[in-house]
Design a protein around this ligand. Structure first.
Ligand code: PRT
Ligand code: ZN
Length: 286
């Protein structure tokens, strides 16, 4: 197979580190020297393009890149013809409307006729029209949060993560209109060879994501509580049970999900489990 997939990632910014960490956790080596705009992976048929995040959806739609890693907010705003193929779980944030702290706010109707500064006119426009509100959208490309204090707008609509930027600019969040995380996007018309490479990449990403959501658990238990313990620990197929040197005791190994982790641990202790060890999993192939 001679095909190479081109993956567009952000050159420098809030997505860069997460994107390259994901790639390296997939066992793909690439040296992206400073200032380089392109780089080839040494052990996987991928070429990287380092771009501004705003340009990524367009490049993927046009087929200059086959794949891209970008914020869902940018994909929604640019509205290009690309398909989102995998949520990646990093660079989480929300797009919110905020007004001056001292101003009253009862609901979205309070935004009627207001001037709202944003870098996201499409997402904001869609949200307002869905809610039957007419407002003036004032598009600006950066430093949105200072707009109210300099008299440019009565409200802003911008990305929020911790909320500290809004706070230091004397603003309060009144509506969350969009939730975002990094996502992998793909061109619609890829040939079979490229699809195959992308499936290999997705397989590795899924192994990492399953591993992150699960923990490996080892515990000791008296043989008579084994049935109860096994019922609490489904495992990948079923738990491993090994005899301990001490008669009447066994060691049980399994995998548990992050979501119901503490409930499971409590249940296991009540059932007589001792010496519980919980260890992270690096990769998980189902
Ligand atoms: O140069 P380039 O165009 O490539 O980058 P950029 O400056 O446009 O984007 P960048 O690197 O700032 O963000 C890239 C993506 O990261 C965004 O599109 C979001 O999907 C995601 N992301 C996650 C964020 C934030 N968190 C974030 N906190 N993007 C921006 N911010 C900014 C926000 O604009 C505001 O100024 O951080 C400030 C708010 O942060 P808090 O923590 O004070 O609330
Ligand atoms: Zn940008």
């Amino acid at each position: 197979m001679n095909s190479t997939v081109r993956l567009a990632v952000q050159k420098s910014g809030r997505l860069s580190e997460g994107s390259m960490k994901l790639i390296s956790s997939c066992g793909i080596h690439v040296s992206n020297g400073k200032g380089k705009l392109k780089a080839m992976a040494s052990n996987f048929p991928i070429e990287f393009l380092f771009l501004r995040d705003d340009d990524i959806p367009g490049y993927v739609a046009d087929g200059v890149a086959d794949l891209g890693i970008v914020g869902e907010n940018v994909v929604a705003e640019k509205d290009k013809d690309v398909k989102a193929i995998k949520k990646l779980g990093f660079s989480r944030c929300r797009l919110s409307i905020a007004i001056e702290k001292s101003k009253p706010y009862k609901g979205i109707q309070d935004l009627e006729g207001k001037n709202i500064a944003t870098s996201y006119p499409k997402i904001l426009g869609d949200y307002l029209s869905k809610n039957g509100v007419k407002a003036d959208i004032h598009e600006i490309s950066g430093s949105v949060e200072i707009a109210p204090s300099i008299g440019l707008a009565e409200a802003v609509c911008d990305i929020v993560s911790s909320g500290s930027t809004l706070f230091t600019n004397g603003l309060k969040e009144v509506e969350t209109i969009y939730r975002s995380e990094a996502v992998m996007i793909a061109n619609h018309n890829l040939d079979a060879e490229k699809e195959e490479i992308i499936n290999k990449l997705l397989f590795r990403i899924e192994a990492l994501q399953s591993a992150q959501n699960n923990k490996y658990i080892l515990l000791n238990a008296p043989e008579q509580s084994l049935d109860k313990i096994i019922s609490l620990l489904p495992g990948m197929r079923s738990p491993t049970v090994l005899p301990l040197a001490e008669k009447g005791w066994v060691s049980v190994h399994s995998v548990i999900n992050e979501n119901d982790f503490w409930e499971k641990i409590e249940g296991l202790r009540e059932a007589g489990a001792e010496g519980i060890l919980v260890v992270p999993i690096e990769k998980m192939i189902l």
